[in-house]
Design a protein around this ligand. Structure first.
Ligand SMILES: *Cc1c(COP(=O)(O)O)cnc(C)c1O
Length: 370
């Protein structure tokens, strides 16, 4: 293929890029943009932004908690929650070694929150083994040890490919926490995906935790923002801390308005992303002789993780070739790639992605040898 052809193909493809790097890439719909335009606003630092207040009360209701708070990002939401739960010097939290908080939040819990992280191995299904958690809890007052205050769990689990934690498992974590006098924080960035997969109301997945973070800006489709929820007293503390961290926003109704649409409508269409994830996974499974490795039984929600094992091509090269043909995926590890299905990717887009993977791996597109 000539350079002109490659250029021409990529120009054509730029018209309709299939972007599966993440579900954060979704852009606000016209309905959301109109809602932003029309949003009734006030100053949320004075708690008088009516649209933010409306979002916070409906989110609290949906999540089955007394109170909720809009925050700029899931990272800030998690940080606020763990700082409020672990508010003494020398407090620690237990969390998965493959959790988002541990891997992708810059260690902010340590340098901003002063919270020590004690890691528990994350199992392939996203769970932390209950006995493993139990063995790491320190509640005795011994000068050698940090004091355990919190257990963090993640549902769905990002690094484990969107795996779902069932309510029975979460209940077991909550019982252990109760027995030991600890709190439980749920990083539920994609909690609505878990609820969709289990066909349960989302409140069934929050009833046994003390706090939860849910991203509006991922599969739900809002442009910005997360919600944290918990007891009235807990959320009052996070509101205070949010201001200190620079997250006190003023006419935040312009963000809350699309957030409300995300909660009401975005949460109802996630099954489509899950169906597309299945379609993608099944298509990839047919390419094993081209070096694709995937265990389709692990695809439970919107995330598809697969490996590409080739002598002639690294995963980074594979993803770079895909990009030239207008298909965007995320390099997830030395041999793994992640796709997150989202509302901007149609079934036809998934088919195009599959065709493009096939083209590249079957050597019909050998740009390197040109
Ligand atoms: C995306 C994500 C976050 C953080 O959200 P941001 O809004 O990107 O800061 C937290 N936890 C999990 C599991 C996530 O996938």
């Amino acid at each position: 293929m000539s350079n002109f052809h490659i250029y021409f193909t990529s120009v054509l493809c730029s018209i309709a890029v299939v972007d599966m790097r993440s579900d954060t890439v979704t852009k606000p719909t016209d309905e959301m943009r109109l809602a932003m335009f029309k949003a009734v606003v006030g100053d949320d630092v004075y708690c008088d932004d009516p649209t933010a207040n409306k979002l916070e009360s409906s989110a609290a209701k949906m999540l089955g908690k007394e109170s909720s708070l809009i925050v700029p990002s899931g990272t800030m939401g998690n940080l606020l929650c763990l700082m409020v739960h672990c508010d003494g010097r020398g407090d620690e939290m237990l969390l998965g070694d493959d959790s988002h908080i541990s891997i992708y939040e810059q260690g902010g819990s340590a340098y901003l929150g002063g919270v020590y992280s004690r890691l528990v191995k994350t199992l392939p299904n996203g769970q932390l083994d209950i006995d493993d958690i139990r063995s790491k809890i320190v509640t005795i007052d011994d000068v050698h040890f940090a004091k355990t205050k919190l257990i963090c769990i993640e549902n769905t689990h990002n690094r484990k490919g969107g795996r779902v934690l069932r309510p029975e498992y979460m209940q077991q974590v909550a019982e252990l926490a109760k027995e030991k006098g600890l709190k439980v924080h749920l990083d539920g960035a994609r909690l609505f995906n878990a609820a969709t997969a289990l066909n349960l109301p989302v409140s069934k997945l929050t009833e046994c935790v003390d706090s939860v973070n849910v991203c509006l800006s991922k599969g739900l489709g809002a442009p910005i923002g997360s919600i944290i929820a918990g007891s009235k007293e807990f959320i009052a503390k996070t509101r205070r801390l949010r201001k200190a961290l620079g997250g006190g926003m003023r006419q935040v109704g312009v963000i809350a308005a699309p957030g409300l649409i995300a909660l009401e409508k975005g949460s109802k269409r996630l099954q489509e992303d899950h169906d597309n994830a299945q379609f993608l996974a099944q298509g990839l499974a047919k390419m094993s002789e081209l070096g694709v490795r995937i265990d389709i039984s692990t695809v439970e929600t919107s995330i598809v993780v697969f490996s590409v094992v080739r002598e002639d091509m690294t995963v980074a090269e594979f993803v770079a070739e895909l990009e030239k043909l207008g298909v965007l995926m995320f390099v997830f590890g030395p041999t793994t790639v992640r796709c997150v299905l989202n509302c901007e990717v149609s079934r036809a887009g998934v088919q195009r992605a599959l065709d493009t993977v096939q083209t590249i791996l079957s050597g019909k597109y050998t740009q390197k040898n040109d």
